[in-house]
Write a protein that binds this ligand. Structure first.
Ligand code: SF4
Length: 169
């Protein structure tokens, strides 16, 4: 019997102000993504909220709070974001009390300066599970030791992350 899947990537918005060439949202029919069910949520331990840009077009902290309140099995909620949009969120007083970490992408020079601002922000420092995705050309970005730095390449063809389900909310 296969190992039980306990990780879900959940698209909380398809909206985003960027237009990346290899955006995976251009590579499949967004309407074909199934909505996550209560049964699935009751079996998940790790949730990744993705978009689109979650911090600009949704409220990931409120989503995380509702999920954790309703499903005690959910141990961790991580949010995917780009550095500039994360910084806008933090600078405008956005809360992070119900999320466990952010996976931050660097895709432009503007992201580099925004990332430096983010790393000095108390609400980001207080999160235990932060990661930095560094795309080609931005490998030299300075990253504090408390954030895990991970090289990434653009996927020219969408490949779903292994050992998880991909759903929308
Ligand atoms: S930032 Fe992400 S969601 Fe937005 S266009 Fe680029 S790859 Fe797509």
């Amino acid at each position: 019997m296969g190992k039980e899947i306990t990780t879900a990537h959940i698209m909380v918005t398809s909206l985003c102000d960027r237009d990346c060439k290899y955006c995976c949202n251009k590579q499949y029919d967004l309407n074909s993504i199934p909505y996550i069910t209560e049964d699935e949520l009751s079996r998940m331990k790790h949730i990744y909220l993705t978009g689109g840009e979650p911090f600009t077009y949704s409220n990931p902290n409120a989503i995380a709070r509702k999920l954790k309140t309703r499903y005690a099995n959910i141990e961790q909620v991580i949010v995917y974001s780009n550095a500039f949009e994360l910084w806008e969120y933090l600078a405008n007083g956005g809360q992070t009390s119900s999320i466990d970490g952010v996976t931050i992408s660097i895709k432009s020079n503007r992201d580099i300066s925004s990332f430096a601002c983010c790393t000095a922000h108390r609400r980001l420092m207080n999160l235990p599970k932060n990661r930095l995705y560094v795309f080609p050309g931005y490998e030299e970005v300075e990253c504090p030791a408390w954030i895990e730095k991970i090289p990434r390449v653009w996927q020219e063809e969408f490949v779903a992350a292994p050992n998880c389900i991909f759903r929308r909310l």
